[in-house]
Ligand binder design. Sequence first.
Ligand code: SF4
Ligand code: FES
Length: 247
Amino acid sequence: MNLTLFVWRQKNFDDPGKLEQYQAANVSPDMSFLEMLDELNEQLVKEGKEPIAFDHDCREGICGTCSQVINGIPHGGQERTTVCQLHMRKFKDGDSIYIEPWRAKAFPIIKDLIVDRSALDRIIQAGGYISAHTGGVSDANAILIPKPDADMAMDAAECIGCGACIAACPNGSAMLFTAAKVTQLAMLPQGKVEAARRVCVMTDAMLEAGFGNCTNHYECQAVCPKGIKVSFIAKLNREFIKARLPL
Ligand code: SF4
Ligand code: FES
């Protein structure tokens, strides 16, 4: 396939940035999207030009670093698929593809397609952990947990912290991410001990980082590569009300 790419190039945070046009020739449908960009970068280096900076690590849909908006949709619009797992067979010969970074106030652009997602780390640092003494591995297995609760905790734990939910939200809200992290721990006996404090400090950290509020657009659920549902936001809200309201 021969493709026309429009890629966001931005030297640093202060640079206004712009879309630049590139031709990608002889692209195999079996290449991943990132392999296609690797080849383009090799071509740019050979021509003495600056390669395109983009984030990636596992290339297996696990780490959540491959943050690109492709044709206006975070992760490119293939259901439950991260950019690294997207393949060029999704596109047609002659297509034009627009590639941009996550766009949200809390995610400043570092360079080209790379954004600073440390705001998500600050939410986790605020309360996304268990500090109670919970014993060894065998102790955890000795505590019986109802199957629906264990399933819900595991579903929430699928969140890979990619930030696509924030990039898709017109409010730049991190509610889906925070809800997944709060729910994952609140469903289990080890996490319940600190659940009230956790939901308060994590939502405070979310607002301090500059994320907006949820107004039920559901765009987050539509782009989440791990199928995290907005029902987790309802769980977050219930945990928040329980923690804040006097008994
Ligand atoms: S909820 Fe989904 S879209 Fe949001 S950070 Fe987690 S995995 Fe990514
Ligand atoms: S590079 Fe790890 S999820 Fe895409």
